[in-house]
Design a protein around this ligand. Structure first.
Ligand code: C2O
Ligand code: CU
Ligand code: CU
Length: 493
């Protein structure tokens, strides 16, 4: 049962920006069945209504629920089938963000699901434990569909996450937090109508919600509590902090565990980014702490520490060992410029001067090559950069390895690129050769993505370092060769 904000509790004056009302909704774990050794999920993309406000039904989209989606949970090595059935009256797609899957299973713009039809993502889970998510990716419609409520979490477990002594009881001490914001009309319907200026600057709102609930309350025990935080907004940056300034530990980035927990007092997430954090509430029995967003000064959620049931009391000091590549191992550097074309500040969003074209492959990436991608934002607005299928490590910010923050030193698939700055990342595609199906890369500010700040790459066979049968590379691509100490990897086109 969805709870709502009462608009009349004005006497709670000290809570100036939030009147904490309903309990934090925890999306149910999506049910599945085993069919011949395959875990099968049936996910219905549907139109419904949700009460964000007292007694008012707001039209929303959801997946197996009225708004947002059930949480899809899988284990590394599982054989998976996710049947996405579109019960909307318009086409959409469903992309597994952060999922390392074949391009044909990626749910990108070409995997269109027409109304009344089902599209199945089927693959073997092939990546470390991590917090990912699924959302539509239809050309020009991604922003609106996510805004209407189409977003859900994907949790991947593996043997390491199973064995680490971390909080891991879903909804109890392992809590999903999908943070978003929305605008509403006077009659409290979702208002998605960005102006040209808002496409550029961000379609943001100060009406923030977690898991589809405005200003929720969460009860926790006085132990270590893990939060899987997703910035599921279209274009809002969230800087999270607790009201008492307490520190917490980030244990995972987009791609999974950090090597060691990183102690923070605040956590900045741009759209599409995830972080797993662990907060120690021992000694807090009977008290309340507020999770705040400090850029807009909003109280997001009240946390009441009201039980003393057993739980995890310490966080392991080492979590995993990450495979790292040195810049000197890279055989190629690619450059991506985030800017507009035609009309300066009011022009169309593009990458390297080219707005997205679904019929164009922008980059051809040979499998098994280590590459450096340099991404530059030369605008006065925030951008970030997301790459499908792959997780990367940051080498530099603004040319400086030291400027990479401690909590960015893990595998990422979205990286913030503040105004007039650059990042250098290193990556390697290890499998899923398919010259015919592309993966996307794009700014994850969804208005920018829909406007054209997106490109497409394929992963192709590698002449000198193949994964299996060699197939010739057909498409041509502009590549910059960098000197490599590994001549065996030095592919030429
Ligand atoms: Cu979150 Cu291209 O996606
Ligand atoms: Cu993605
Ligand atoms: Cu952008």
């Amino acid at each position: 049962m969805r709870r709502y904000i009462s608009l009349s509790i004005l006497w709670m004056g000290f809570l100036s920006t939030a009147l904490f009302a309903g309990a934090l909704p925890i999306p149910a774990l999506a049910p599945y069945s085993w069919v011949n050794g395959v875990k099968v999920f049936n996910m219905n993309i549907q139109q419904s209504s949700t009460q964000f406000f007292a007694g008012i039904n707001t039209r929303t989209y959801g997946i197996n629920q009225s708004v947002l989606g059930q949480t899809i949970r899988m284990h590394d090595g599982d054989k998976i089938k996710i049947n996405y059935t579109n019960r909307l009256s318009e086409a959409t797609t469903m992309h597994g963000h952060g999922m390392h899957v074949p391009a044909s299973m990626d749910g990108g713009p070409k995997n269109k699901i027409q109304p009344g039809t089902t599209w199945t993502a089927s693959y073997t889970v092939n990546q470390p434990a991590s917090t990912n998510w699924y959302h539509p990716h239809l050309m020009g419609k991604t922003a609106e569909h996510v805004y209407m409520g189409l977003a859900g979490m994907i949790i991947i477990d593996d043997d390491k996450s199973d064995s680490l002594n971390l909080p891991k009881t879903y909804g109890v001490d392992d809590i999903p937090l999908i943070i978003q914001d929305k605008r509403f009309t006077a009659s409290r319907q979702i208002l998605y109508a960005p102006t040209r200026m808002e496409i550029m600057r961000g379609y943001t709102s100060s009406t923030m919600m977690i898991n589809g609930e405005i200003s929720p309350t969460l009860s926790v025990k006085d132990k270590q509590i893990r939060f899987r935080v997703l910035n599921g907004s279209n274009s809002t940056l969230y800087n999270l902090r607790f009201s008492d300034g307490r520190s917490f530990k980030q244990i995972a980035t987009d791609g999974g565990f950090l090597e060691r927990p990183v102690t923070l007092n605040s956590l900045l997430l741009t759209p599409g980014e995830r972080a797993e954090i662990v907060v120690n509430f021992s000694g807090d029995l009977g008290s309340s702490v507020t999770l705040r967003e400090t850029r807009q000064n909003i109280n997001l959620m009240q946390i009441n520490v009201n039980s003393t049931s057993p739980g995890v009391t310490t966080v392991p000091s080492t979590l995993t060992t990450l495979e790292k590549y040195a810049a000197s191992q890279a055989v190629r550097t690619r450059s991506f410029l985030l800017n507009t074309v035609g009309g300066g500040m009011m022009g169309q969003m593009a990458i390297n001067g080219r707005p997205m074209n679904i019929n164009r492959i922008d980059n051809v990436v040979p499998v098994n090559d280590i590459e450096i991608w340099t991404i530059r934002n030369t605008m006065n607005v925030e951008h970030n950069f997301h790459i499908h299928a792959i997780h990367f490590m940051l080498l530099e910010r603004n040319g400086s390895p030291a400027s990479v923050a401690a909590n960015e030193r893990g595998y990422k698939d979205v990286v913030r690129i503040p105004p007039n700055s650059s990042v250098k990342v290193i990556l390697k595609m290890k499998d899923y050769v398919d010259p015919n199906n592309g993966y996307m890369y794009h700014c994850h500010f969804l208005e920018h993505e829909d406007d054209g700040m997106m490109g497409q790459f394929t992963v192709v066979q590698n002449k000198s370092n193949p994964v299996f049968k060699w197939a010739p590379i057909v498409s041509d691509d502009i590549v910059t060769m960098v000197p490599s100490p590994l001549p065996l990897n030095a592919v030429t086109y």
